[in-house]
Design a binder for this molecule. Sequence first.
Ligand code: DQA
Length: 145
Amino acid sequence: MRILILNGPNMNLLGLRQPEIYGRTSYDELLELIRLKAAELGAEVSFFQSNHEGALVDAIQQAYFDGVEGIILNPAAYTHTSVALLDALRAVNIPTVEVHLSDPDSREPFRQISYIRPACVATVKGKGPTGYLEALELLCRQAKG
Ligand code: DQA
C-alpha cells in the first residue's frame, strides 16, 4: 500500500517549536518512526512537508496521479483556514486520516474548527508522534478490508 505523509507549515521545526505542546521529537525523528512502522506493516511511505498552502494542494493532486492509496495529513495551521485543502481532498477522493500532535479541540477556539475533517475517514489527535503510527495502521487495516 502506498501512503503519502503530508505535513503543513512549521512542522519542519518539530522538536524546536513549542516543545511543551508538540514534544521534543524532531521532524526527521518522526519520519524515522513512521518508516519503521511502515516496514512492519509492509506499506510504502513517501513524505512531503511545506510551509505553503498551494504546494500542499499540488502534493494532494500529484498523489492521485501517482496512485497513492492513502494520505496521512497534518495540515498544521491550514487545518483551521483552508478550503483549498478540503477541495483538493474531495477532488482526489483518496482515503485520508487527519493527524495532529496536540489536541486542537482543547486549545484556543480558532483551533477548534477543522476545514478538512469532513473529507477525512478519521482524525487522530493529541497522541504525539504515535498518532501518525495509528493513522498508518488504520489506513492499512482499511485497505485490507
Ligand atoms: C497541529 C495543531 C495546529 O493547530 C497547529 O497550527 C499546528 C500543529 C498539531 O499537530 O497539533 O501547527 O496541527
